[in-house]
Structures are given as C-alpha cells and as structure tokens.
Design a protein around this ligand. Structure first.
Ligand SMILES: N[C@@H](CCC(=O)N[C@@H](CS)C(=O)NCC(=O)O)C(=O)O
Length: 207
C-alpha cells in the first residue's frame, strides 16, 4: 500500500499514528506530496480532490479521507483495540469532534497564510476561533472519557493538538494572559502522550 501525506498535515498524522500503533506501518510505503503545489499529478490521478491523506491499495484502489482510511486499516486487524467494538460510536464521535477542531484550525491557518490581511474575513476567523475554544473547553471537562487503552480517539486528539501547536499556538493559552495554559488537563495529557514512539516518528514540521 502507498500513503500520500505531508509533514504538516494533521489528518495524515492521524493515519500515520494509526499505522504505527497498529504495527501496519511495515506494509505501507509513505510518499510525501505537497497538496498545494502544481506538482501533484500522481496524487490527482488517484484522488480527484487532490487531498491528503490518500491511501492506495495493492489493487490500485484509492481510499480517502482520513476516517475512511482508518476504518479500512482497522478492518485489516484481527483484533483491534484502536476502534474497539465496545466503544465504536464513542471513538468515532471523538474522531469527528477532534477532526472538526483541526478543520477550524486549518481554515484559520489557510485564511491567514493565503490572503492579504485586507481580504481576510474577521467574521469567519472569529467563528472558527469560537469553535476551537468551545471544543477545547468541552474536551477539557471530558478527558476522563478517554481511558488508558489507546484508541483512534487519542490519536485524533493528539493530531489536533499538535496542529494547534504548530499553526495557532495562541489558542492554547489564556487570552488575558498568554503565558498561562488555558487547558491544563489537555496539555498535561498531551505532554505525556507526545513521548510515544509513534508521536516522535510523525512530528509535524514545515519542510
Ligand atoms: N477531511 C479530510 C481533510 C483532508 C485535507 O483537507 N487535507 C489537506 C491537507 S492537511 C489537503 O490536502 N488540502 C489540499 C486542498 O484542500 O486542496 C481528511 O480527514 O482526510
């Protein structure tokens, strides 16, 4: 199998965490592609959206987006703890919530990086910022729902927080005092989680 990804893509990171935590990574060739460059013919041929992550199977069939890829990878496992049947909907809901956090972060990052200041929409930036804040507050009070056995919910949350750290670090601090962490439970969990080999092997970075 081939996985198209980039080193700044949080959705790709979630999939790469999944392959490592499930030990499927040895079956997957990872190929870096910049989805914003004109040089992505190989990707567009298999995914008309031209988005990453995209997983190409041995028979040439391509899978996207990241939840679909994770569901497929999970189906390859005899016994999966990453999407356990006993917590199936909860894990998928956590994935949807934390992917939504990433969507809002991604939208703000793209708006700020690709449009001149006078063309940016303060209204949309404010809407996405509120979504991020509300979701982080929600997670801060429900972190104990994630038990100690790692699932896709943990991988998805770690990817979302790492992307906030990369693109919108100020969202993780109190607006009235930017030196104080606004979500101490999330950040303490994340500081511990990010020492896992899978996290160290997939750190987000600009090339
Ligand atoms: N919901 C999708 C989002 C994928 C996505 O937006 N990926 C970004 C990179 S992080 C991308 O490929 N953007 C290129 C584009 O939108 O043209 C998923 O979970 O895989």
């Amino acid at each position: 199998m081939k996985l198209y990804y980039s080193t700044t893509s949080p959705y790709s990171r979630k999939v790469r965490l999944f392959t490592r935590e499930s030990k499927l990574d040895s079956q997957i060739e990872e190929i870096i592609v910049n989805p914003f460059s004109d040089d992505k013919d190989e990707l567009v041929q298999v995914n008309p959206l031209g988005k990453i992550p995209t997983l190409v199977l041995a028979n040439g069939k391509a899978l996207y987006d990241s939840p679909v890829i994770c569901a497929y990878l999970n189906s390859l496992l005899d016994h999966s703890n990453l999407i356990p049947t006993t917590q199936y909907l909860d894990v998928l809901r956590w994935q949807a919530m934390t992917d939504g956090l990433t969507d809002a972060t991604y939208n703000i990052a793209i708006e700020r990086r690709t449009r001149p200041k006078e063309e940016q929409s303060p209204k949309w930036i404010s809407n996405w910022s509120t979504e991020i804040q509300r979701t982080l507050e929600h997670i801060e009070t429900r972190l104990e729902e994630l038990d100690s056995d790692i699932t896709l919910a943990h991988l998805s949350l770690a990817s979302a927080v790492s992307y906030l750290e990369l693109r919108l670090p100020e969202a993780l601090y109190k607006s009235e005092n930017p030196k104080v962490i606004a979500y101490p439970k999330i950040m303490s969990w994340y500081e511990n989680f990010k020492t896992r080999p899978s996290m160290l092997d997939t750190q987000l970075h600009d090339l």
